[in-house]
Write a protein that binds this ligand. Structure first.
Ligand SMILES: Cc1cc2nc3c(=O)[nH]c(=O)nc-3n(C[C@H](O)[C@H](O)[C@H](O)COP(=O)(O)OP(=O)(O)OC[C@H]3O[C@@H](n4cnc5c(N)ncnc54)[C@H](O)[C@@H]3O)c2cc1C
Ligand code: SF4
Length: 508
């Protein structure tokens, strides 16, 4: 054992980064473990060839699918986790997302907390991540006050599209975006390499910049990078976590902690608990429900591009509009369909990854005349969709997407809308089950230890000094981007830890 800390946080993404920031103001001695390194600020951050062809920042490890075939997940290890590469679209869940909702393929289960419980923490998360938006336009918006920052204005091209969408009877609304100081000298320059790229000038609201860097300035917070948590070690009774076994710089060390917060992302957090099995927990830690790793969800996502051969798209920052008219129900069905968002500009190199044998120039011509959109729908929790750890320690992700019919309806409706906007052709592309960007749900929270892994504050039902705060706690995936909800729940759990475990009502 090389040291003892009051709190060990494993992972620095939306969950772990936000948690570290919130707890850094306590008296607790905190160790943050991150398996990756800081993402360097370099020219390559904004180079589509490096990011999309050479996959410079993606994980190198390979996972197995249901049939045992290898594949590379779309995820990143490093300080800030996936938030470093996110599009920074920072949505609150809709009020009904917290309730049980009937979908075409079955029930989307209720959360153990309601929107009103999380609302004050959404307020705080929006301030922490500098969310810009404007309320009053989105028909699905839950009750809320004004956004902390003004919305990013639409480009001339997108403003024209918004007007035309209104003429179609739709209710386009400003996308809530986490961007730092756009228009100011050291702020966001609203470039066309944001979603899926790291921000070279650190102007994106993400967990490295907004949370980890400020947190590690405090004397009570230590960050170990290149430090991969391999196992959690319990005391002989199995009732508490005593230590974390960490692989660091080629060495395996044990570090002790009074409280452990696991925030490795939905797949890796489940894998860590499964890998940590011992004779008191033969099926993995915190697994008396048998649910650890199960109920994996990831959203159904289709990239869409409207194309007009004679209209060049001059917009640089395109990601400013959402269409939520089909979130609660479709035009021809009472079931929810999901959400449409305008997306960042596709680069030729990105489009070429779909069919790499076609030369780059036709793609360049195509994307110069295209406007990009994303159609996103909810997938439902299923026990068979799960994370498994193989005997050799490798991750197997068994996932068959469900609720496909409403997603197809949403894509068909989006095509109709885009054609009415005058686009001659609408192309679609989906990464299908290999898209792990919105992974969630593998350690769901709930009120009963029989049908959930974590309690409503994300504390393990089984192991009192273990919390899991990342996308794993989601009982349902909803159909908006998950990041802000993870951050809000992290702030809520941090307050709870301060009150109950640290006995510290007020931060220092
Ligand atoms: C390209 C892209 C675009 C996205 N766009 C959006 C968006 O616009 N809006 C939105 O809300 N969401 C978006 N997302 C999703 C969002 O990034 C994730 O939902 C969010 O980051 C998940 O947070 P998390 O804490 O669960 O995990 P992560 O952010 O993935 O963090 C997990 C951390 O744990 C570390 N880790 C893993 N295993 C270990 C271990 N054993 N030991 C030590 N460290 C470990 C990882 O390195 C990582 O730092 C996007 C994701 C991607 C990839
Ligand atoms: S400058 Fe702004 S738009 Fe460009 S990557 Fe950074 S945060 Fe995103």
């Amino acid at each position: 054992m090389i040291a003892h800390y009051d709190i060990i946080i494993i992972g620095t993404g939306a969950g772990g980064g936000t948690m570290a920031h919130a707890l850094s103001s306590s008296d607790a001695r905190i160790l943050i473990l991150e398996r990756g390194d800081f993402v360097p600020q370099e020219e390559e951050n904004w180079n589509p060839e490096e990011v999309w062809k050479k996959l410079r920042y993606r994980v190198k490890e390979r996972w197995l699918d249901e049939q045992g075939r290898e594949w590379t997940p779309y995820t990143h290890y490093g300080v800030g986790g996936n938030t470093k590469f996110w599009g920074s679209v920072l949505y609150r869940l809709r009020r009904t997302d917290f309730e049980a909702v009937e979908h075409a393929d079955g029930l989307s289960p209720a959360w153990p907390i309601d929107y009103e419980t999380l609302a004050p923490f959404y307020d705080r998360a929006e301030r922490l991540y500098h969310v810009r938006g404007q309320s009053g336009f989105d028909p699905t918006e839950p009750p809320r006050g004004p956004f902390p920052y003004a919305p990013v204005p639409h480009s001339a091209g997108m403003a024209e599209i918004v007007e035309k969408l209104r003429h179609q009877g739709l209710h386009p609304s400003p996308l809530p975006l986490g961007l730092l100081r756009p228009g100011e000298a050291d702020g966001c320059i609203l470039c066309n390499t944001c979603n899926s790229f790291a921000c070279k000038i650190h102007a994106k609201s993400e967990a490295d910049v907004c949370c980890i860097r400020p947190a590690i300035k405090r004397p009570n917070v230590t960050l170990w990078t290149n430090a991969c948590a391999r196992r959690l070690i319990t005391d002989p009774s199995g009732a508490r976590i005593e230590a974390v076994e960490v692989e660091r710089n080629g060495e395996t060390v044990r570090v002790a902690g009074s409280l452990v917060v696991v925030s490795c992302g939905a797949v890796n957090s489940a894998a860590l608990l499964l890998r940590s099995k011992n004779d008191k927990h033969p099926d993995g830690l915190a697994n008396s429900s048998g649910l650890v790793g199960k109920r994996y969800m990831a959203h159904l996502a289709t990239m869409m591009q409207g194309f007009h051969p004679f209209r060049r798209n001059s917009t640089v920052f395109q990601k400013t509009v959402a269409i939520n008219d089909f979130y609660f129900r479709g035009p021809d069905t009472t079931y929810p369909l999901g959400q449409l968002q305008s997306q960042g500009r596709t680069h030729g190199v990105m489009a070429q990854t779909a069919y790499p044998w076609i030369p780059l120039w036709p793609y360049e011509q195509w994307v110069a005349r295209g406007v990009d959109w994303l159609a996103m729908s909810e997938d439902l929790p299923r026990l068979a969709n799960r994370v498994i750890v193989e005997r050799d320690g490798r991750i197997r992700l068994s996932y068959r997407p469900n609720n496909l019919a409403p997603h197809r309806m949403l894509v068909a409706e989006a095509k109709r809308i885009l054609r009415r906007l005058g686009f001659w052709v609408v192309m679609t592309h989906s990464h299908g089950s290999t898209n792990t960007t919105h992974q969630c749900g593998t350690l769901c929270f709930g009120t009963s230890s029989r049908d959930s892994v974590l309690d409503p504050y994300c504390r393990s039902h089984d192991i009192q000094n273990l919390f899991v705060i990342d996308a794993s706690f989601f009982p349902s995936s909803a159909a908006v981007n998950p990041g802000l909800t993870i951050a809000a729940q992290a702030l809520r759990a941090a307050d709870h830890i301060m009150d109950t475990d640290l006995g510290q009502k007020e931060p220092r």
